[in-house]
Design a protein around this ligand. Sequence first.
Ligand SMILES: O=C(CO)[C@@H](O)[C@H](O)COP(=O)(O)O
Ligand SMILES: [Fe+2]
Length: 231
Amino acid sequence: MTTRINPSILAADFANLERELGRIATADLVHVDVMDNHFVPNLTFGLQMVTRLQEVSPIPLDVHLMIDDPDRWAPAYAEAGAFSVTFHAEAAGEPVALARKLRSIGARAGIALKPGTDAAPYLDLLPEFDQVLVMTVEPGFGGQSFIHETMPKLTRVADAVHAAGLDVWLQVDGGITEETIGIAAEAGADTFVAGSHVFNGDVPAERIEALRAAVAAHPHEHPRGHGAAHR
Ligand SMILES: O=C(CO)[C@@H](O)[C@H](O)COP(=O)(O)O
Ligand SMILES: [Fe+2]
């Protein structure tokens, strides 16, 4: 399994973002939280900032849109060069059409589920997506505690991806630390967003490597009898 560690710049020093990007250059992607103060009760930044981050970042951008009407706004983030653009299932009008649009522009398409959102209605749509983001906190703020009750949903999505033989990355976001990352890895995640845990360390690169090591120590066991590998 490939492990991806995506630090969230929500926890970085907003007055020195280029320098902060340099401190996490050994990560896989940089997670960029766009919040509109409508879909979530917090406001960060928008397209102009993401376009500039894309120009200076040493690693690709993983954009997490916590905004209303992503059908209207998300494609511009793909056009700005984001490696992946993830929108919320709860906010999208036509998620399949939007995913196809993002892919046609050249970005990976992601769908995010809030902690209380059931995955069942979206399992049939998995072939339309490159990644699923199972939120492990309520979206809107960094520094919250990991919600353990989201793990059965993550495993349900992981089983569906495996059974269908798909290459869909499974991302978790919120409250990820060296303790909780192992729980999420065992439940089936392969892509891990960590904001405060990475940037609150004196040396973020050391935190990134410690997170990788914790994932390696907690492999996910796929259910027997399912998936392409067992057919
Ligand atoms: O999307 C979000 C919050 O809504 C995240 O990406 C946070 O940035 C994660 O922060 P930590 O919980 O790791 O501090
Ligand atoms: Fe996020």
